[in-house]
Design a protein. Sequence first.
Length: 153
Amino acid sequence: MLYLRFEIPGSPRGKGRPRFSRATGRAFNDTATRNYESEIRGHTYEAMDKFPPCEGPVEIMIDAVMPIPNSWPKWKQEAARIGSWRAVGTPDLDQIIKASLDGMNTVAYRDDRQVACIRANQRYGERPRLEIEVREVEQATHQSMKETANDQS
């Protein structure tokens, strides 16, 4: 069973809005989004250590640690440091999740349709980073389901 944990240093970024080409009418991601997803992909490759992508369902845990703004008053910085002031605002947590999933796609798992559970958190911290855990989820087999039904009878 696969268990993977890695981190991407620096301020977490969200997935940018799609851009449209007037010439072709096609949508594309902006350069910053492509670069960030590529960085996530690189860290995922490194953490996978030549293991193949998961075939079954996976559970993803994302912890986005945002920088504490220097412009804030000391009391608010301290509240953020100890975790009593929650990180909300830009980038949206759902956009951070999208960028993370797209960056890990085809590397940690074959397709993002395999993601069965996502747990995500956004908080402030001294050292901004994106922490990601990927766990392969065990599927019940037909035999184990029959055994469980027989045990309950």
